[in-house]
Design a protein around this ligand. Structure first.
Ligand SMILES: [Ca+2]
Ligand SMILES: [Ca+2]
Length: 271
């Protein structure tokens, strides 16, 4: 008898188990499409992340590095105060990162100097000894530092805080959330935030970076209050820490009276 070619033979009936397997297979194929869509969505997100412009990635890193440097600088100030019974004076533009005093306890640049990295042994510094932010190593990338002159320079005079006493000490640096409507701008002792716009009115020290725009901006409503190469308002006791934006990108931290006193009491330097 002649055998029918294999291709023309009727396929044998599928057993029940095989049928259910085919159904399960189809169901599985449906789920795979959904899963595929999810995977494609995730891949598109990942690709989007990878395609984020290199400059944007660098900005994120520079901002983060700067925040870290500012935070470490504030910690170093606390350590210095505990060890030396006073705060350091800011460095001047010619002191190569060393604190600058005209006489013991009297700072030459209390409100418009630089962080005294050489005095505190902090890094990263530029070739002249100044602490620099994460945005570059030009002179305008140097970290700025201001210290209160209140109570006749008690905070920068050795044992000055102890001799004056915690109940009398009244540090006077102000940090405002906006530069608009500030009072007495340019007056070292009386400059003040607009009503309801003060983030701090009794800060001991303010540490800040001029941000990404350091080399080209700083003359706007907010940044003009923070000493920088383009500021038009003379240095005073009030600073502006406005939300990050196109008109303001200065990054700022400050040392509160409470934090300083807490550490000095713990170290046995006060009361
Ligand atoms: Ca800026
Ligand atoms: Ca100011």
């Amino acid at each position: 008898m002649k055998r029918m070619p294999k291709s023309q033979r009727p396929s044998p009936p599928l057993p029940t188990r095989a049928l259910s397997s085919v159904r399960a297979d189809r169901a599985a194929r449906g789920f795979t499409l959904v899963e595929l869509a999810i995977v494609m969505f995730i891949v598109s997100l990942l690709l989007g992340g990878m395609l984020l412009p290199l400059s944007a990635q660098q900005d994120v890193r520079a901002y983060g590095d700067t925040q870290k440097i500012l935070s470490e600088a504030r910690d170093a100030l606390l350590g210095y105060a505990m060890a030396n019974d006073r705060l350091p004076c800011p460095a001047s533009s010619t002191s190569n990162g060393v604190e600058s005093m005209s006489s013991p306890g009297v700072c030459t640049n209390p409100h418009d100097g630089y962080f005294p990295a050489a005095t505190l042994g902090l890094t990263p510094v530029d070739s002249s000894g100044y602490l620099i932010d994460g945005w570059g190593s030009d002179s305008y990338n140097r970290i700025r530092y201001a210290v209160t002159t209140a109570n006749t320079n008690s905070f920068t005079t050795s044992s000055g805080m102890k001799n004056t006493g915690v109940t009398v000490l009244a540090p006077d640096l102000q940090v405002c959330s906006t530069g608009a409507s500030m009072a007495n701008a340019g007056n070292p002792a009386t400059a003040a935030c607009a009503a309801g716009k003060a983030l701090a009115t009794d800060a001991v020290a303010v540490i800040y970076s001029l941000g990404k725009n350091a080399g080209t901006a700083g003359a706007g409503t907010e940044e003009t209050h923070n000493p920088n190469p383009l500021a038009t308002i003379p240095a005073d006791r009030a600073f502006v820490s406005a939300p990050q934006g196109s008109s303001s990108d200065d990054q700022m931290v400050w040392l509160s009276k409470s934090t300083l006193f807490n550490r000095l009491v713990a170290a046995g330097r006060l009361p």
